[in-house]
Design a protein around this ligand. Structure first.
Ligand code: MG
Length: 411
């Protein structure tokens, strides 16, 4: 068989608006997502798609530089590409895990298109046709122009959870916390959990709490229908101490994000559920490998979201389709977007689930008109700092955080 060879790598940064700015423990998403779309082209004219968060011009330059590594490379040779891009000792100087992830997505997309099969068939075959998602609730600033979409009060949070459940059919609900003082967020989380009961809930303050505050918060929610308690505090040792004292499974997308950390967690458990992120782990295949390790040790898994447009969402859906041990709903920021860059626009949720694309490769196609429009929007608005809060310009958080936002302030 004559295999294709990579001849070009192109990157385009786009900005897609959100319904309202999303607040988190380190800053905010300022009313939009900035994502870099990657197109890997082969000598037979196939184009594979990848996606990476943020970066803008620097991401585009980084992908351009990696073109010199990969022109002539056979996209089927994924393990060889891993060592070309992510050699572990070279990575001490040049950590390219996230860049590699976007290139791996694109190579899998090419392989699927070349063989006329969906990516899930390259990964062992699907064991489910749809992937279920949790509602992902954020405290939100109001939309800068319309003033709509604020989530700050307990009533606003409860109303937003009920509205998302009604519109999307979610049966699990995640609150992104770490914004306001823990006692206030406890009141809000409990009210939300009761409002959506008997649905399951999960609380994730992005490691903003001290170990002791995390234990106190955990004790106060033990009676709820928790999927898990996500990154309440920072570090494997902090998590291990919380796990000793709180009777809720602990989950992480921060302290077990590579195989070294996964091995450490197997030897000396600190976390019960590993949230697999196709970008943080360097691709879909590393997540599938990690899911296999977790299956062996009966450690839980779920699919993590670090923000996504349709290309990245497709990687999450193909991952979710092939891992038999997926016992939790996946996370996605996707329902906060007002549009997507793929043909057909936003993929629909039905009963809280999204259908796994079944076309060749990742099964999504870029809509050139939308890409052009949102590339222009990126050029006009520029980037934003994920780790800055536009409403609190003086604030830089400590870990654990010591200065919470004031829930009475309307700005
Ligand atoms: Mg998290």
């Amino acid at each position: 068989m004559k295999y294709p060879k990579i001849v070009d790598i192109r990157a385009t940064t786009v900005t897609v608006p959100l319904h309202a700015p999303l607040r988190h423990s380190n800053g905010a998403h300022w009313g939009r997502f900035v994502r870099t779309l990657v197109e890997v082209e082969t000598d037979d004219g196939l184009i594979g798609l990848g996606e990476m968060g943020g970066g803008g011009e620097s991401a585009e330059a980084a992908f351009r530089q990696l073109k010199t590594y990969l022109v002539g490379h056979n996209p089927f040779e994924l393990e060889a590409m891993r060592f070309k891009i992510c050699n572990p000792t070279a990575s001490l100087y040049n950590n390219r895990t996230q860049l590699h992830a976007a290139l791996e997505f694109a190579c899998l997309d090419i392989m699927g298109k070349f063989l006329n099969v969906p990516v899930y068939d390259l990964l062992g075959g699907k064991v489910r046709d749809t992937v279920g998602f949790a509602s992902y609730l954020f405290f939100r600033y109001p939309h800068a122009q319309t003033g709509a979409g604020e989530v700050r009060t307990v009533d606003q949070l409860v109303a937003e959870a009920k509205a998302l459940k009604a519109s999307h059919g979610f049966t699990a609900h995640k609150l992104k916390g770490g914004v306001f003082a823990p006692d206030y967020e406890l009141e809000a989380f409990r009210a939300m959990a009761h409002a959506v009961g008997p649905d399951s809930v999960r609380y994730d303050p992005n490691a903003a709490l001290s170990t002791e505050a995390a234990i106190r918060f955990g004790h106060a929610i033990e009676d709820l229908n928790n999927d898990y308690f996500e990154d309440p505090t920072w570090g494997l040792n902090g998590m291990r101490r919380v796990r000793e004292k709180v009777r809720i499974p602990l989950a992480t997308n921060t302290v077990v994000i590579n195989f070294e950390q996964l091995a450490t967690n197997v030897r000396d458990p600190a976390v019960d559920v590993i949230l697999l992120d196709t970008t943080f782990w360097g691709g879909i295949r590393p997540c599938v490998k990690a899911a296999g390790v977790c299956e062996t040790f009966q450690t839980g898994i779920a699919v993590h979201s670090s923000g996504e447009l349709g290309v990245q969402l497709a990687t999450m859906l193909h991952l979710g389709a092939v891992v038999p041990n997926l016992a939790f709903k996946a996370d996605a920021h996707y329902h906060h977007l007002v549009d997507d860059v793929i043909v057909g626009g936003l993929m629909p949720y039905v009963n809280g689930e999204i259908t796994v694309p079944s076309g060749p490769g990742l099964g999504v196609t870029l809509d050139r008109e939308r890409v052009g429009k949102y590339a222009e929007l990126y050029k006009s608005l520029g980037g934003y700092a994920y780790d800055r809060d536009p409403g609190r310009p003086e604030w830089f958080p400590l870990v654990p955080n010591a200065q919470w936002a004031d829930h009475r302030e309307t700005k």
